[in-house]
Structures are given as C-alpha cells and as structure tokens.
Write a protein that binds this ligand. Sequence first.
Ligand code: NAD
Length: 372
Amino acid sequence: MIIGVPKEIKNGERRVGMTPQGVDALVSHHHRVLVERGAGVGAGFSDHEYGKAGAILVDKSKDIWGEADLVVKVKEPLEPEFPLMKSGQVLFTYLHLAADRELTLKLMERRIVGIGYETVQAKDGSLPLLRPMSEIAGRASVLAGGMCLEARHGGRGVLLCGASGVPPAKVVILGAGVVGTNACKVALGIGARVSILDIHPERLSYLHDITQGHIATFISNRMTIGEEIAGADLVIGGVLIPGAQAPKLVTRQMLKKMRPGSAIVDVSVDQGGCFETTKPTTHENPTYMEEGIVHYCVSNIPGAFPRTSTFALTNATFPYVLQISDKGYEKALIENDALRKGLNLIDGKIVCQAVAESFGLGFIENPFSPLP
Ligand SMILES: NC(=O)c1ccc[n+]([C@@H]2O[C@H](COP(=O)([O-])OP(=O)(O)OC[C@H]3O[C@@H](n4cnc5c(N)ncnc54)[C@H](O)[C@@H]3O)[C@@H](O)[C@H]2O)c1
C-alpha cells in the first residue's frame, strides 16, 4: 500500500502523523511511505531521519494526496487540501466532524473514507486515540497553572510546592477523568495540596486509593465546588459530558469569591469550557484576566509539546495504521471492532450517527458491522 504523511498546515500545529520509527515498520512490511519534506521538523524529526527509515521524501503535499491510498495526519484537513484528495482515499486523523458541517460536506463530496481518531472506541467505551492527548493536557495544565501564578503574569506570586516553612498552594481539579487524573498526579508530585471533584464516586474512590489518601475528594455539586474554589490558588477544569458542551460549573459570581491573582486553567475549553468566563486562547497569547483571576484557556495544549505529543499520539495510532496497511481498510474494519467505530464517512455517506444528527443529515449503517 502507499501511505502518505503530509506536513500539517493548521496554524501553530507542529505535530506529525508518523515518526521515522513508524515509517521503518511500514517499510519492513513492504509498504511505500511518502513523507512531505519538513513534515517532522516541528516535532524534531529531520528529513534525513525519515529518509534513513526508508521514506520517499516528497516536495509537495499535492503529490502525497495524489498518490497515497492511506493518508495519516494529526489534524483535520483544511480548505487548501480538499481539492488534492482523491475519491476512495482513506484518511486517518482527528476529524471532529460533529463540530464542522463544512468539512463533513467536503469529505462527503470528495468520497473520502474518513476514520476519525476521536471516534475509535474500545469495548469498555474508552477512546484510546483521544486518551494520550488528554493525558498530556492534564499533566501540562499544572505546569501552565504554575506559570499563571507567577507575579509577572498577574498571579499571586505563589509557588505550587511552597518552601520550607511556607505551605504549598492549593490546587482544585474539576473532573476526575483522564485530564483530572493526570493533573492530580503532577500536582501531587510537585507537592501541592490537591482537591478533586467528580460526579462519579467510583472515579473518586480510584484516585483516593492510588494516592493513598493524599488528596481530598468531593462529589461535585454547586456547594462543594463553591467551597473548594474559594480557597484555591489554582483551579483546573477537566470535565466532559461526551458529545455535549461542557457544563458551566463555575459562574462569574463564584469566581468573585476566589482570591485575586489566583489562576484557572480550563482544559475543557475545547468543549466550550466549564467556567462562565472561559474564552479560547492560543499558545501565542495564552492568558487573560477576568475578575482578578488569571485565565489560561488554550484549546490545543498538547501542541506546545510536539515531540512528546507526536510520540504519545503515534504510539496509540500506529497499530491501527499497520492493520489498515497490511489488511486493507475493509478487512481491518471488519476485524477490528474499535477501528470500525472510527469510521465516520464512506462513499459520500455518513456512517457516524452522532455526526449525522448534529447536522440533521441522514446516515447509513456501518457496512463493515457483523451481520446480526
Ligand atoms: N485543551 C486541550 O488541549 C485539551 C486536550 C485534551 C483534552 N481536552 C478536553 O478535556 C476534557 C476532559 O477530557 P478527559 O479525557 O479527561 O475526559 P474524561 O471523560 O476522561 O473525564 C471527564 C470527567 O468529567 C467528569 N464530569 C462530568 N460532569 C461533571 C461535573 N458536573 N462535575 C465534575 N466532574 C464531572 C466525568 O465524570 C469524567 O470523570 C474534554 O473536554 C477534552 O476534550 C482538552
């Protein structure tokens, strides 16, 4: 099979869909891998490394799109890429179609076989290709929060770990899922005092156990959130209701009760955010002040760490890439239940019900599902 890895063109995106190690493995399985020159530079992989691994380096992305049977990317394709796609081409990347009607219609028109990382789903309901990015965002949220607390950013000038004779900062985490758990591990590791809130007692019980009771856990409701954030130096938002907008758990009124110079990091900003005062920000301009509180609401936190993020993402995606390449997408989709759930579009039709419902469009049954 011919596998293509174009350079990402989304503003500020430095990750790449495949590492030289991935290329090497595919080449050893007798596939041809086309990599656009410079595709890996942002993540610290030189063209030379790809070449040494056996990739064919290509100058223009149009030659990748024009030749590849399978295109492996990180972010959804953008306008300049639409005319380059060919009918029946398999596209394996983050698609997030439910939030983008225009992209959905374009990919239907181009008759792309669209498999979205975000909808690949394991038997237990978990999302194995979303998880690595939540892990990184959760860990990085504490580092970002520590920076926001610096005086030069308008923060209270509090060091998360405190010092001898000076108590550590208090970090409150909303949501005990992947983001929350990873934020919790880093905050505890740094030496902060940590409280975590969730609506599911079993999540709290798990975290309480693995931290041997070194954190305070609370069932999340208006009252506990209000009480906990009032004394917080840093609040991290990591809640998710799958497929829906994040619930606004912290109102402006609640924020006014926090101490000036405290900070919030709203990781759930990509689902609308869980603070009333959340507005999406970028790595170039990550913070703003509201009600005396430093807000950090960057919607692609892993993008700040393209090397770690590329390895973490491709560690998870590569086994699927290899299956699609070795078996062909039809057989891979028939044999792998998790991958099959990732199929969003085929033959100009929507397969993913949630995507179709977001736009009031029709959908077809997944053609690769086992017969009842
Ligand atoms: N900004 C970024 O760069 C970035 C990166 C990765 C993930 N995210 C986002 O972070 C969010 C969390 O992702 P995740 O992988 O941790 O999800 P997850 O499903 O693993 O965890 C979400 C948790 O929120 C809890 N929750 C739901 N409603 C709640 C409430 N009212 N109060 C308290 N907890 C509540 C759930 O019970 C669950 O444990 C998502 O919106 C995800 O898209 C953002």
